[in-house]
Design a protein around this ligand. Structure first.
Ligand SMILES: [Zn+2]
Length: 217
């Protein structure tokens, strides 16, 4: 069973790849935020602890997050795990190592989707959809055949997501760099970091990740 960390800035397709790994390989994505919400909702022992902390308006400690990950590893990760949102610090990275070692596992790869930020901004900011049927378009790559008219349904109304603007996208990328800055060098030193071209097509990215996961790259 494979245990990986998948890293990539917003818009790099990390979610798409994680969903694919789950569907094709039965791996589970351990996203810290989702796990906390689920554990609280399910009322597990760790969930109850986390709930009490959050109700006091405090941050959930590393110990609670670790316990939560342990719970999930034991319950449902026998085909492998994709860690998302954890670790964020060297301290958490060390905690994860212990969690895995206690279960006879180890972290196999830290796979980073590397992007050209300016190009990624261009891709994200150019997106828009038909307001009626949802058909996707793009300012540079996919304009309607007749300007202003949806190819699919003929509607003349289009919309853009409010956070698909340059400022928001650049802020999210800076946040991503800040979050990964502490752990990338840590894993570099351990020789675990593998880089994938996040600007390639979804299929190409998938092929690159599969080659790493299957030990062929
Ligand atoms: Zn349409």
């Amino acid at each position: 069973m494979l245990n990986i960390i998948l890293l990539g800035p917003p818009g790099a397709g990390k979610g798409t790849q994680a969903a694919r790994l789950q569907a094709e390989r039965g791996m589970i994505q351990l996203s810290t935020g989702d796990m906390l919400r689920e554990a609280v909702a399910a009322g597990t022992p760790v969930g109850l602890k986390a709930k009490a902390v959050m109700e006091r308006g405090e941050l959930v400690s590393d110990a609670i997050v670790s316990a939560l990950i342990g719970e999930r590893l034991d319950a449902s990760a026998d085909k492998g795990a994709i860690f998302d949102g954890f670790p964020r610090t060297k301290h958490q990275a060390a905690a994860l190592e212990i969690l895995l070692a206690q279960r006879g596992r180890r972290l196999d790869h830290v796979i980073e989707l590397v992007v050209d930020e300016d190009e990624l901004v261009r891709r994200i900011v150019g997106r828009f959809t038909c307001a009626k049927c949802g058909a996707p378009y793009h300012d540079h790559f996919r304009l309607p055949a007749v300007p202003g008219v949806c190819d699919v349904c003929g509607s003349t109304k289009f919309k853009r997501r409010p956070d698909d603007n340059e400022e928001t996208v650049r802020t999210r990328m800076a946040e991503y760099r800040a979050k990964t800055a502490p752990i990338l060098p840590y894993y570099e030193d351990k020789g675990l970091v593998r880089r994938v071209d996040g600007m390639a097509s979804v299929d190409e990215v998938a092929a690159q990740i599969d080659a790493i996961v299957d030990g062929k790259a």
